[in-house]
Design a protein. Structure first.
Length: 493
């Protein structure tokens, strides 16, 4: 990731990206809390990084099964302001409404102490729920310095990091990925560790999976790192192949409406559906005669046919040869007795739980085909091509229905999709679907640019009916790589 000066940013026309950080630094000078007012030392430079939330237009939970996905970076973003310190310590301050959360630890604990082991670090945070927010930041620090083998760089000292975010939590727009990517970019800049966009994203995902303990796929971090303003990131999650940045044709837009139902990928529903999909892949591999070996609870499958990804199975082949042979539901204990485990590194099959194997397996197979068709249609979409827009909307509605079939719907998101469908294409609203990990969160809406007032009216109607606040996402923003890291001395602020 490139490191730029403030002058370079201003000359490039990207000053708005760093404006929130500069405003925060100015505001710190008037803070009544002296620990915030004196947070940064004017004798040392600052590194500013920014990473956006994302709107999942198509693909969603199929990312962990290798699907093609289409993702839009949002204007809301997390800003990380880092200052190097001589002390061998990590000091974190996260600004929130009405105050600040703080966390600190000796750098040596991460580099050479018992917490150098990622499993031990995850267990340590699991016992400290009040500090769980810090696990995402310490996780990316671990990914950069320990897993990334840059510990020698840390001999120069530690860092102090201030975090502020406009990405709302629990709304399915990937606040965790924005936090991870922004903080990792700043930490890498502090230690002069070179990370490209894919490396930034995969390290952030590793931290979320193995330190924070959330079994997310790769699309959130890739969009936050590699997304471009007003473009859909076309990403094939095998594991992280960027196939392009697709312009949204003039006259059309994607909107997000929050259902007000809190979403979290650490919830049991998401993890259960993900585990069930990997159970289905394990069964399909056996039906196809693929060789499997077991090491503990992890299976390894030699798969020259589909490369280990459900998304590579053709829907027709799946329907004819595999779908009828998969169980509708299966108890974890029965699966483990027969198969021992799955190929997934971040979920485990619970013996006591029931898994809807057939539906969870069918979703990524058919979703990948839906996304591919959606992308194809996007390439021929133009103003007046209402038949194309209607077909794209139908694909979104089908994706939404498939989420519900997997058990990842919610009454709030269903109602928002119903309101969009009832308004209809004749008024410029073509389709809608639940996003991200499901079970609440945000609905993505596809419509014309002129339909924004209607989207606002639908959100207001939903608020009146439900009593929940329906936050809107109507603007796109730059990805972390698009901005780079800005290095500036404090007086410049």
């Amino acid at each position: 990731m490139r490191i730029r000066t403030l002058d370079e940013v201003r000359r490039s026309g990207d000053a708005e990206l760093v404006a929130p950080a500069l405003a925060r630094l100015r505001a710190l000078r008037d803070e009544p809390d002296p620990t915030l007012r004196d947070l940064f030392d004017e004798r040392a430079p600052l590194f500013v990084a920014r990473a956006p939330g994302r709107l999942d237009v198509m693909g969603g939970i199929a990312d962990y099964s290798g699907s093609l996905v289409l993702q839009l970076p949002l204007a809301c973003a997390t800003t990380a302001i880092l200052q190097p310190i001589d002390e061998p310590a990590i000091e974190l301050v996260s600004l929130r409404a009405g105050g600040a959360d703080r966390f600190s630890m000796p750098l040596a604990d991460l580099l050479s102490g018992p917490l150098r082991d990622a499993g031990a670090l995850a267990a340590w945070f699991a016992e400290r729920p009040d500090d769980r927010w810090a696990s995402y930041v310490i996780g990316v620090a671990h990914a950069c310095l320990v897993r990334g083998d840059a510990m020698q760089a840390a001999s120069v000292g530690g860092f102090r990091l201030l975090i502020e975010s406009s990405v709302p939590e629990g709304k399915g727009v990937s606040s965790s990925a924005a936090l991870e990517v922004a903080c990792l970019a700043a930490i890498a800049a502090r230690y002069r560790v070179t990370l490209g966009g894919e490396a930034l994203a995969t390290a952030a995902q590793w931290a979320e999976n193995h330190v924070a303990g959330a079994p997310c796929g790769i699309m959130d971090q890739m969009t936050s790192a590699c997304g471009r303003r007003d473009r859909l990131l076309r990403l094939r999650c095998q594991p992280d192949v960027v196939e392009g940045h697709v312009a949204i044709p003039p006259g059309f837009r994607f909107y997000g409406i929050d259902s007000g139902i809190r979403h979290a990928v650490t919830g049991a529903d998401y993890g259960t559906v993900r585990a069930a999909a990997f159970m289905g892949y394990r069964m399909i591999a056996e039906l196809a005669g693929l060789e499997a070996t077991l090491s503990g609870a992890r299976a390894r499958i030699e798969d020259p046919r589909w490369g280990g990804y459900l998304a590579n199975i053709a829907p027709a082949e799946f329907a004819e040869h595999f779908e009828p042979k998969l169980p509708e539901r299966m108890r974890g204990a029965d699966f483990l007795a027969r198969f021992g485990g799955t190929t997934d590194a971040v979920t485990r099959v619970s013996a006591e739980r029931q898994y809807a194997v057939r539906r969870a397996t069918a979703h990524p197979v058919r979703e990948n085909a839906r996304v591919a068709r959606f992308a194809e249609l996007l390439g021929v979409l133009h103003e007046g091509a209402e038949d194309v827009a209607r077909e794209m909307g139908a694909l979104m509605y089908a994706s939404h229905a498939s989420y519900g079939a997997c058990g990842l719907g919610s009454e709030g998101t269903d109602r928002l999709v119903e309101l969009v469908r009832a308004t209809g294409a004749e008024h410029g609203l073509f389709g809608a679907k639940i996003t991200g990990g499901g079970s609440g969160g945000t609905v993505a809406v596809f419509g014309t640019e002129g339909a924004e007032p209607l989207v606002r009216q639908l959100a207001a109607r939903y608020e009146r009916e439900s009593g929940r606040t329906a936050e809107l996402f109507v603007r796109s923003g730059a990805g972390a790589m698009e901005m780079g890291v800005v290095e500036l001395p404090l007086p410049e602020a």
